[in-house]
Design a protein around this ligand. Structure first.
Ligand code: XIL
Length: 375
């Protein structure tokens, strides 16, 4: 259980964020999928999640929160957890070797603390968004460079983090090399870089849940199946070797369109993860629209059905402790550039749209939390 306080919205906040969600209920319609009820409309996502012992939150930037008061209010109201979207990535936090910039990360920690939100770290070891100087790292100094990076950052936030993404996206893709992605860490250190990263993080702060975070796992297609199989082997090895891993993060960048999702296969996969004693975090949920829908009600319905059927499956597993969306509103989302719509319309991948109005994703999240069994 949690001691989450209910959010009692002011009239202005109610009109701004929550009443819109109730008004949007007319469009719904997946069979057997309860409507987003008026009762739920009076509660925020963070409260609906907390009622079931779950954390709901989002990733976002200091830039957006510090310049857009309406957006910052919405994040403060709706989210029980905050993730720096880019600020703790290697190229920003250690822009010169050995010189760290914690100012934006600290600003976000302060925002989280002043809104009674948990804080989640992203990301210590990832082969993307590395600084230019990283290209001069050699086999001789790679272990020291990596362990110093981890130790400095984790120590800086010691005692403050709910969880840390220790290693992100280490898996390879089907038909493209081996089970592990051919990245600079594998090249310079070898496959043991993963275990070393976890041991180093645990030594710097015993408190946070240490997470292995991964993408492209969700669908019933051979590419994702290959990666789920390899992931289970990797996790089994880490747990067997007593590596201090506490959770799997599943990014969950979903898409609409003609892509098969098997509730049965996915819940079997999640059960195999939780049977190893690991927690699960849905760590970067959003939706790229790849379907034929073009009107906003049709598009929202497609997004809602995808998120609804995904979260229905996922939240049945009681080892799932948190759901994080990669952004809160389409006003600030990487999907605008990563997966823009072919027809040029503004994307709707998140609970709120570019005008901070509710979307199909909000309805799906609220209903999924309402239906979820308590942890
Ligand atoms: C994305 C950010 O949202 C963008 O702002 C940035 O330009 C690129 O990275 N998987 C991850 C995240 O683990 O860190 C990525 O975030 C999205 C994919």
């Amino acid at each position: 259980m949690t001691n989450e306080k209910r959010f009692t919205p002011s009239r202005r906040q109610f009109l701004q964020g929550v009443a819109g969600a109730a008004a949007a209920t007319v469009v719904i319609g997946r069979a057997g999928f309860p409507e987003f009820s008026a009762q739920a409309a009076g509660e925020t996502l963070r409260a609906l999640a907390a009622d079931k012992g779950l954390l709901y939150g989002c990733a976002t930037s200091k830039q957006a929160l510090s310049t857009d008061q309406a957006y910052a209010n919405l994040v403060g109201q709706q989210c029980g957890l905050l993730v720096p979207e880019n600020e703790l990535k290697w190229k920003y936090v250690e822009p010169q070797q050995g010189q760290f910039n914690f100012e934006p990360g600290d600003w976000l920690l302060n925002f989280a603390q002043s809104h009674q939100m948990a804080f989640r770290g992203h990301v210590l070891v990832w082969s993307e968004q590395l600084p230019a100087w990283f290209s001069s790292v050699t086999q001789q100094n790679a272990k020291d460079v990596m362990t110093n990076h981890i130790t400095k950052i984790v120590s800086h936030y010691r005692g403050k983090m709910q969880s840390w993404d220790v290693v992100n996206e280490a898996l390879g893709y089907r038909g493209n090399g081996g089970p592990l992605k051919d990245n600079p860490f594998l090249k310079l250190i070898g496959p043991d870089y993963i275990e070393l990263a976890f041991h180093t993080a645990a030594a710097a702060d015993p408190k946070p849940l240490l997470v292995y975070n991964e993408t492209h796992l969700e669908y019933d297609i051979p590419d994702d199946q290959y990666r789920r199989d390899n992931l289970l082997k990797l996790l089994k090895q880490l747990v067997g070797n007593k590596v201090p891993i506490g959770a799997l993060g599943i990014q969950s960048h979903l898409r609409t369109g003609n892509v098969p999702f098997s509730q049965q296969k996915y819940s079997d996969f999640l059960n195999r993860v939780s049977d190893m004693g690991l927690k699960i975090i849905i760590s970067e949920l959003d939706v790229s629209e790849k379907g034929p829908e073009s009107s906003i009600p049709d598009r929202d319905n497609a997004v809602k059905n995808m998120v609804g059927s995904y979260l229905d499956t996922v939240l049945k597993n009681k080892s799932v402790i948190a759901v994080v969306t990669w952004g809160l509103a389409a006003k600030y989302t990487w999907i605008s550039s990563y997966a823009p719509r072919a027809d040029g319309q503004a994307v709707r991948p998140l609970p709120y749209d570019k005008d901070l109005q509710p979307t199909g994703a909000l309805q799906a999240l609220a209903a999924a939390f309402q239906q979820a069994p308590s942890r």
